[in-house]
Design a protein around this ligand. Sequence first.
Ligand SMILES: [Zn+2]
Length: 452
Amino acid sequence: MKSKIIAALALCFCVLVLNVFAQKSKEKPNAEITKMLKEISAKRIETDIRKLVSFGNRNTLSEQDNPTRGIGAARDWIFAEFNKISSDCGNCLTVEKQTFLQPKANRIPEPTNLTNVIATLRGTTNPERVYVVSGHYDSMCSSPTDAKCDAPGANDDASGTAAVIEMARVMSKRKYDATIVFMTVAGEEQGLLGATYFAQQAVEKKMDIEAMFTNDIIGGVTTFKNSPDRNSVRVFSEGVPSNETQPEGATRRSVGGENDSASRQLARFVKETADLYSPKFRVMMIYRRDRYGRGGDHIPFVERGFSAVRFTEPNEDYDHQHQNVRTENGKFYGDTIEYVDFEYVANVTRINAASLAHLANAPARPKNVGIVTARLGNDTELKWDAGAETDLAGYEIVWRDTVSPVWTNSQTVGNVTNFVMKGMSKDNYFFGVRAVDKAGNKSFVSFPRPVR
Ligand SMILES: [Zn+2]
């Protein structure tokens, strides 16, 4: 009896010690990333948005061969800008126009050439692993097929396009382990067509895209300058994967996981990174794939099994997006430049850039993470595949109460491929695993599936 009491006390003590050690170690920002974020310029973002607006109409159906007006002029300007950035970094970027013939579709009355303009910064040690950051450079008026109207699209989505160009400028001055793709797409307003093409090509080429960000309507529309949510950006992520299979759905219904898709882990990672670098301008995580009745370029990615999230301002002003520029009953409508807050765009750009830099320098997130269910017990065993990175330091187990929206605890477990959490029942917590390199860069979390 006495030995049982001692054993029980020892177990309590162990759990206590484990929890003390597991308290979130206070992370410090990386000095080089802090320096990079300071280089992101609201002034240059403003110049780029003004330039994009100057093309008058960037509807996907608009002119393609007029040098000053229409989507073709915008396409060629972005291409030239990426090339300029590349020559400033010793041709470190591969700049390309990804052109394809889009067949007739809902908002495409005739087969039309669409072009994504892409700049790729190849990774140094793990170039096959890819992170994509995107904005759409097409725009629209009240009608999605009006190719003649003025469609300045300053917020939707010159803001996101300018963010991507500015990231290419600042991030290309540095090197990363993995590859970063700076992407500007056409056809978003026609039904996510440019992003769908890229994502489908990525599947066919078996590209290892670990994460994708779309920046769409990140202008911080000035009519909401006094909103209490002003100093934040929404990050939308799906809870249940869009490509969930039937057996995966059965597992989820049985033991939970509806709040733990890979995209949601990515959103949590972005939130944690923002908390570290941007205490005054925050991430508001939105636990849904997108807004009611709306979509974005992350959707074709999540539908194909890639992790992807959407960045959008916290309050949208529908008088200043998807509107013909006009005054009606004394009220002004139109997505014009006066409603964009360039400092706001720069803040969103910084959160993107900090997250991308950390991800592209960290190891890949652990693959084939399993929670062992072969027998019933009050310990939790996790296992995963070994990563191949040469600078891999090891792994961390993270966990949280099942009702917690974010990870609350972590424990370093060394460079191993399985670990047993003693005295912690898999029935009572959610667990995950992330990889860490020798410099302390962490992947986002992999959520385990049950394995025998
Ligand atoms: Zn948009």
